[in-house]
Design a protein around this ligand. Structure first.
Ligand SMILES: *Cc1c(COP(=O)(O)O)cnc(C)c1O
Ligand SMILES: [Zn+2]
Length: 561
């Protein structure tokens, strides 16, 4: 590899050494340094990439490691980018893409940071290091340091979930639990490193760590380019897909390293002429620890600290954002975007929603981003034509108890002594018993996307048997045949419309009592409203309701069992 980069002081512009672990400018003492590469040598970069492997090291020309032998890698990076179709359908937003960082070797996007930061440590000959963490850095650094033969001291707060901490210990790191806030743990880690003369990883100020996050931007642009070229037939036959920037990059932040690095990545792509524009930045924090958001809303140039974070989402409990706030605020003022807070509760609801709508199980910190996405779409800050990337930053591995509750499974006894035949019957009886509690719901809707969405919202709750019909005539036949506990009805359908179904049901003594909820895209006239009045339970306008509100209505309309 022939990597040429230089480290320069952001304040006096002095070029410094070639060691990316250097922390201060020897000229002026400033501790905010930057790395520049020889971009002019990278004219044919995308051509070179087509022959490279599926890891972040495919971008090695723009990463600060000189020698291949120093690279510590588990194949991190090049995570999939997929279309969140169901979530998009629910939110009325067709261009949501999930960058699935759960698929890193230790389950979060900190694997990128660990790979490059630990490789840089190896290149600098470091044998022992100290890091403070809200959880995931501890796990990722521990795994990579184990592989690199570097002894790691990890400082965490006692609020970090025990399952995470056990994994850190498994890799052989020394774990020090600090009874206090993360900011206090950080300070103690710094004192410890100084007293023992050990290398301290300073997160945002560790250039190698910051550079690592650029690879998220590189991958997004490369992957989006391919996705959009696929949509545009005229580009498919060309031999190279153009890269593409999204309209938004969204992430929940703690220290803010992720978005600071990601935006540098997009800036470099723009300098290389690979993308045309910069994305806007959506930054989210939990309302119990939102120093950046509150400072941003007040228009402050420096962040006001939060001394005592109040949140169950330990990953995001950084109360003192420092320089990260200034950098992120500057990026938002330059390229557009916003900072917004969501509550723990909103995050937990979003966590369930994403798992049940799209099969993606994320840790609470990631769910903060999902909740933020929902909020910005509802507020109209993100508009439907914009392409949005969600950093799906970490996995749920140990699903915390308060998220699914105790009653997450149905108990069933399998009788070991009975004959094979009898045993099968026992199982069927048990299943029927469970079935007896299940309510039947008929969805009559000719738009397949809408009926699929309704089915998903209902299925997410588990206890419904759902049947669908996609035109009015079949719908009425379904209602007559199955006599459901509830009907969800569209109005505008070819042939027999929803109004006619409601009238037919009211004229049939067997069907008259079945509650009907109308979900329609139609703006009703006064005459149409009068036709339905007194005959239906509720009327919902498509696209204007929250799935949770509709569910509440459905539960109330169902006969009690
Ligand atoms: C670290 C982390 C964050 C916050 O990232 P920063 O860019 O460091 O603020 C969000 N989600 C998960 C899962 C994380 O591990
Ligand atoms: Zn300087």
């Amino acid at each position: 590899m022939n990597i040429t980069y230089k480290i320069i002081c952001s304040s006096c512009h002095t070029p410094i050494s070639k060691n990316s672990l250097i922390e201060h400018c020897p000229q002026c003492g400033n501790n905010w340094l930057d790395i520049e590469y020889s971009y002019h040598t990278l004219h044919h970069w995308p051509d070179l990439l087509s022959e490279r492997g599926a890891s972040l090291w495919r971008y090695h020309e723009l990463l600060p490691i000189h020698h291949q032998a120093n690279i510590i890698s588990f194949g991190e990076g090049w995570t999939p980018l997929y279309h969140a179709q169901n979530l998009g359908l629910m939110l009325g937003h067709p261009h949501i893409y999930i960058k699935d960082e759960r698929q890193g070797p230790t389950g979060s996007f900190k694997d990128r940071q660990a790979s490059i930061a630990v490789s840089a440590m190896k290149e600098a000959g470091i044998k022992e290091a100290v890091v403070a963490s809200t959880g995931n850095v501890a796990i990722a650094y521990s795994a990579y340091c184990a592989r690199a033969g570097i002894k790691l001291w990890v400082f965490v707060t006692s609020s970090v979930p025990a399952d995470k901490m056990r994994e850190v210990a498994l890799y052989g790191s020394e774990v020090i639990k600090v009874a206090g806030t993360y900011d206090q743990a950080k300070q103690i880690a710094a004192e410890f490193a100084r007293s023992k003369n050990l290398f301290l990883d300073r997160g945002l100020r560790n250039l190698a760590a910051r550079e690592a996050m650029k690879t998220i931007a590189f991958e997004i642009a490369e992957q989006l380019g391919t996705i959009f070229a696929g949509h545009d037939a005229s580009l498919v036959n060309g031999n190279r897909f153009p890269w593409r920037a999204p309209d938004w990059y969204l992430q929940a932040v703690s220290g803010g390293l992720g978005p600071v690095g990601v935006m540098k990545g997009f800036q470099e792509l723009q300098a290389l002429g690979l993308i045309e524009k910069m994305p806007k930045l959506g930054i989210f924090q939990v309302s119990g620890c939102a120093p950046m958001v509150s400072s941003f809303e007040k228009g402050l140039t420096e962040a006001e600290d939060i001394e005592q974070p109040i949140t169950d989402i330990a990953t995001l409990a950084t109360g003192k954002p420092g320089k990260a706030y200034q950098v992120l605020r500057e990026l938002i003022l330059t390229y557009g975007g916003t900072m917004t807070a969501v509550t723990d509760g909103e995050a937990f609801r979003a966590l369930k929603l994403l798992a049940q709508m799209d099969g993606i199980s994320v840790e609470p910190a990631t769910a903060v981003t999902i909740a933020g996405l929902i909020k910005l779409i509802r507020q109209g800050v993100i508009s439907p034509h914009e392409t949005v990337i969600v950093n799906c930053s970490g996995h749920t591995f140990p699903v915390e108890k308060h998220i699914v509750g105790e009653q997450y499974a149905r108990d069933m006894l399998a009788n070991a002594n009975s004959e094979p035949h009898g045993r099968e019957e026992g199982i069927l009886t048990a299943l029927e018993e469970i079935d007896g509690r299940i309510q039947r719901i008929a969805i009559i809707e000719d738009n397949l996307d809408s009926s699929r969405l309704l089915r998903r919202i209902l299925q997410a709750q588990g206890d419904f048997l759902i049947e669908e019909a996609h035109n009015g005539t079949e719908g009425l036949a379904l209602i007559q045949r199955t006599r459901p506990n509830l009907v969800i009805l569209d109005l505008m359908m070819p042939g027999m419309d929803g109004f006619a179904i409601v009238e037919a049901m009211k004229n049939d003594p067997n069907l008259r009592h079945i509650p009907v909820i109308v979900v329609t895209a139609k703006e009703l006239s006064a005459i149409e409203r009068a036709r339905l009045s007194g005959k239906i339970k509720a009327l919902w306008q498509k696209g204007s309701f929250l799935d949770s509100d509709l569910l509440q209505e459905i539960k109330e309309a169902l006969p009690k069992t």
